[in-house]
Unconditional design. Sequence first.
Length: 318
Amino acid sequence: MQSFTKGIVGIAALMCCTSAMAQDAIQVGIVAVNYNSPSIQVQTDSAIAAAEARGWQVELFDGQGDQVATNNAAIAFIDRGFDAIINIASANTQMSAVIARANEAGVPFTSTFSGLVPGIVADIGSNNTADAAIAALELVGRIDGQGHVVKFNWNVLPALRERDQGFHAVVDEYPGITLTEIEVRVPGQVDDAFAQMTNLLLANDDIVAVWVAWDELASPVARAIEQAGRADDIFVASQDGVDEVVSLIRNGSPVALTVAYNVPQMGVTAVNVTADALNGVFPTSRALTLSPCLITQATAPAEGEAIDFENCTLFSGQ
């Protein structure tokens, strides 16, 4: 049995050791399959800062796109006696052996943006299907439900597959849309997105909009559009809300909108949930979601200001 309930025996041992852990700094291993991706880096850095603020000792492993190496590093953390594992945006569906080892050792395994699977404390993210549907509907509304649309995604990560489903739930209802779907290469996604968009623009003069599954792809796609002299004809819709993309939206680039979520808070929440688990307290739901905001040129915060997730709007009619 792979679920975290199998680790209840380990949790009992974990609770018995709480007083000992209070004397010795808690050790947390953080793994990220692709730390250099901007949103992943922000999640990771905020988790590290939150853990260190608690006095925990933290070690980070960057898989640099290698899932096997990421899994091996997480297992090594467990075998070295670390108290908890936090997985940042590495597909939990590809980490079943790690999660099983954590359960057997009574080590809480928490993740962000990695997908809900049995055996974890929780996965912290946004409602990716809903967010993608919102971005897709905004896109469709700007083109009157017709024209040539390009979609960029990488359907390995569960969160990105969910976004794909949200996109199709909207776009598939519009027969006037011609869709070109591109699966980018990871690692190397930035260069690949730029090259693929450049080639598409050379071969197609009827593209009206581009949907990218995450913000890291928005900038290279926008750059290709600008270099092709098509900035007035094509816009880009995205998801995440990283600073670079918010700045592009604010300054009137081809990136017209992104459905943003509180990226730094994801790492902080992962640490808070892990701290509770170390004290024997577990969330009712293993899928914990943060509220999103729709960022357009009209709603983008001023330069130097953060998105106000407490008061922002999610729907363009508000």
